[in-house]
Every structure is written in C-alpha cells, then in structure tokens.
Design a protein. Structure first.
Length: 100
C-alpha cells in the first residue's frame, strides 16, 4: 500500500513539473513572438506587471538577444511570485478587516 501512495505522489510530482515546464516554454514563445512583432506592446505589458525599468535595461543591454525571452519570462514569474507573497503577507483574516 505504501508503495502505491509513493508511486502516486511521484507520478503527480512529475506531471506537475511537466505542466510547469510546458507553461514556461509557452510563455517564452509568446514573448519571442511579441519581441519580433510588437515590442512596444510587450513593453506596456511589462510595465503593467510592474517589472523594474533597471532590470529591463540590464537584460536588453547585457544579454544576447536570443536570451531575452527567457530572461523576461523569468522576471515576469519572479514579479508575480513577489506579488503573491505580498498579498499573502497582508491578507486580512476573518474579522481582521478595516470595517470589522
């Protein structure tokens, strides 16, 4: 029985890792398309996500152009994770709200 549970956990972990990698690759592909077809729109999106201008400038000035999409994807994910962490940190519990 324990073997079955461990096997199931391992299968789910592998599936989850595959899904994350697939989504990551998709994001990189979308960024590559935007870089080639509409870089100004991509800049707007990066601004809306709240990516620091200094980090963008560093990528565009110090990295090879074929690495831009991957590095931008990493920045986007990093920023979204920071937002999630901040929301979790400051989320009000039941009865902790301003009007409670």
């Amino acid at each position: 029985m324990n073997f079955e549970v461990e096997h199931w956990k391992q299968t789910m972990n592998n599936l989850s890792e595959n899904m994350v990698q697939k989504d990551y690759n998709w994001l990189i592909q979308q960024i590559e398309k935007a870089l080639s077809s509409n870089p100004s729109k991509l800049r707007q999106i990066l601004y809306q996500i709240d990516i620091e201008e200094a980090k963008l400038a560093k990528i565009f000035s110090q990295s090879l152009s074929n690495a831009w999409a991957k590095e931008l994807a990493d920045l986007m994910i990093e920023r979204e994770l920071k937002k999630r962490e901040t929301r979790k940190k400051y989320r009000c519990g039941e009865g902790d709200g301003f009007f409670d």
